[in-house]
Design a protein around this ligand. Sequence first.
Ligand SMILES: Nc1ncnc2c1ncn2[C@@H]1O[C@H](COP(=O)(O)OP(=O)(O)OP(=O)(O)O)[C@@H](O)[C@H]1O
Ligand SMILES: [Mg+2]
Length: 151
Amino acid sequence: MEAFTVTTTTEEETMQLGTRLGAILASGDVVLLTGDLGAGKTHFTGGIARALEIEDYITSPTFTVVNEYDGGRIPLIHFDIYRLGSYDELFEIGFEDYLERGGICVIEWADLIPEIEERAGRIFKIDIRRMDHVSPNHREITICLPEGERL
Ligand SMILES: Nc1ncnc2c1ncn2[C@@H]1O[C@H](COP(=O)(O)OP(=O)(O)OP(=O)(O)O)[C@@H](O)[C@H]1O
Ligand SMILES: [Mg+2]
């Protein structure tokens, strides 16, 4: 996996990057999102949703853990695992069934449960860092694409 870093300075720019990524995603792909609280993981996911032609407004499934959007070209299955304690809990809500459903799974806070990476198929990793010492809207977004993909 090759990594590169992009800087954004607005919420919209982060969404646009998500849309560029969304354009190369295929059925069964998994996007692992990491980064601080309020970094922009949900807005990035909103950008992916645009590329999938999903018209819903994407909100963090912090309490529900998972939201599914079926109105676009490919289903978007959006997880926020911040409140989960273990892979077993994720399994209980049907994680492995979701992986097999032919949608695109986007997982906020993916690094909290390392087993996810072993279970998932083709993986895209996105890490969003706040740069508060530069400005409150500045983000550094590091993107790792699978072999052979480019944005
Ligand atoms: N360059 C930027 N990119 C993304 N969001 C930005 C940027 N600058 C400011 N913001 C603001 O940062 C916040 C990001 O919120 P968002 O819910 O997308 O983050 P999150 O990483 O999903 O948070 P959480 O950890 O709570 O799930 C929004 O209020 C957004 O307006
Ligand atoms: Mg979020």
